[in-house]
Ligand binder design. Structure first.
Ligand code: HSE
Length: 313
C-alpha cells in the first residue's frame, strides 16, 4: 500500500462514575488521517485542517505523528518515510476525545500502511502515548473506545487490562458541546488526590451498578448508577449552567447526564431515539438561555471504533 485514509470517532470518557476507566465511542464526528508513503526516511506533516492553525506542525511535537514515531521505533523501522495529513472535525479542548481520535486515526492508518503487523489491542499503548503528549496523562478511556469501539472498561493500567462490555441496543447518547474550551491538563490539575472512604464506597457501588445495568439492559439500574460523587462536583464548576443543563436532560427523559471526559461537553444517555433528541434540545436550550451556543450530536454506541476509509496500492 502507498496511501491510507483512516477515521477515528469521538468518545465520551468517564461516563459519570468511571473516571479514567469507562469510555464509549459515538458514530460521528471523528478525525481523519491520510498517510502517503515516501522514499526518504522520516515523518513529515503535510497538512492539518480544522485546527485553526493551533496544533504543532513539527512531527516530534504533534500527538498524531509522535504516536507514529513510537510505532516505527517499536517495529525497528526508523528508516520508514511518510507524509501525513490530519483533518480535525471536532474542536480542541472539547471533552469529546479530540486528541485521542487524531492519535487513533494516525496509528491505525500507519499500521495498515505497514501491512497490519499489530492488532487493534496491540496498538493501544501507542495511542496512549498521544494522550500523554496532548494532556500530560496517558489515560486510555478515550483512545480505547476510539480504537476498539463499544463500551470500554479499563480494569487496570499496570498492567494494561482493557475489555468491552455489551450495551442495550436501544441505548443512545446525546453529546452537547457548549462553545467554551477546557484544557484536560487543567481539568486534571484541579482534582484532589485524596478521596473519602464514604465517597469511595458510593463510587464503587455506582461503577458496579453501571456495568451490571448495561450488561443486563436494566435501564433503571443504569439510571441510578450514573452518579459521580468524586470528579463531577469538582469539575462542574468549570461549566456554566451545569446543574441546570443536567436537570433539563433528566426532566426530558434522560437516564443520566454528566460531563463528557474533562468537559466542557456534557453527555446524556437515554432509552430510545425520541428521548435522546428531547434531552439534547432541552440541554441546548438551557445553554442558549445564558447566551452560550452549542452543537449537538445524537448517536448509538459505536461498536466498530476506528475504520479504514480508503487504500491505494
Ligand atoms: N479520563 C480523562 C479525564 C478523560 O477525565 O481527565 C479526558 O478526556
Amino acid at each position: 500500500m502507498n496511501y491510507i485514509k483512516a477515521f477515528a470517532p469521538a468518545t465520551v470518557a468517564n461516563v459519570a462514575c468511571g473516571f479514567d476507566i469507562f469510555g464509549f465511542a459515538i458514530e460521528e464526528p471523528g478525525d481523519t488521517v491520510e498517510i502517503w508513503r515516501r522514499d526518504e526516511p522520516g515523518i513529515v506533516i503535510k497538512e492539518i485542517t480544522g485546527d485553526e492553525g493551533r496544533l504543532p506542525r513539527i512531527a516530534e511535537k504533534n500527538a498524531v505523528t509522535v504516536v507514529m514515531i513510537h510505532l516505527l521505533k517499536h517495529l525497528g523501522m526508523t528508516d520508514f518515510g511518510c507524509e501525513v495529513a490530519l483533518h480535525k472535525n471536532m474542536p480542541l479542548g472539547s471533552g469529546m476525545g479530540s486528541s485521542a481520535a487524531s492519535a487513533v486515526a494516525g496509528v491505525v492508518a500507519l499500521n495498515e500502511l505497514l501491512g497490519a503487523p499489530l492488532s487493534r489491542q496491540e496498538l493501544l499503548p501507542f495511542a496512549m502515548e498521544g494522550e500523554r503528549i496532548a494532556s500530560g496523562s496517558a489515560h486510555a478511556d478515550n483512545v480505547g473506545p476510539s480504537l476498539l469501539g463499544g463500551f470500554v472498561v479499563i480494569r487496570s493500567y499496570t498492567p494494561l487490562d482493557i475489555f468491552t462490555i455489551p450495551v442495550p441496543t436501544d441505548l443512545y447518547c446525546t453529546l452537547v458541546h457548549p462553545d467554551i474550551e477546557i484544557n484536560t491538563k487543567d481539568a486534571r490539575y484541579i482534582l484532589r488526590d485524596e478521596v473519602s472512604l464514604k465517597n469511595t464506597i458510593a463510587q464503587m457501588g455506582n461503577v458496579a451498578g453501571l456495568v451490571a445495568g448495561l450488561m443486563k439492559a436494566d435501564y433503571g439500574l443504569i439510571s441510578r448508577s450514573m452518579v459521580d460523587v468524586i470528579i463531577e462536583p469538582v469539575r462542574s464548576i468549570l461549566i456554566p449552567e451545569f446543574k441546570e443543563v443536567k436537570r433539563a436532560a433528566i426532566e426530558n427523559g434522560a437516564l443520566g447526564c454528566s460531563i463528557s471526559g474533562s468537559g466542557p461537553s456534557m453527555f446524556a444517555l437515554s432509552q430510545g431515539m425520541d428521548n435522546v433528541r428531547k434531552a439534547g434540545i432541552a440541554m441546548q436550550d438551557t445553554f442558549a438561555r445564558v447566551g452560550i451556543e452549542s452543537s449537538m450530536h445524537l448517536s448509538a454506541i459505536n461498536q466498530g471504533g476506528a475504520t479504514i476509509l480508503e487504500k491505494k496500492g
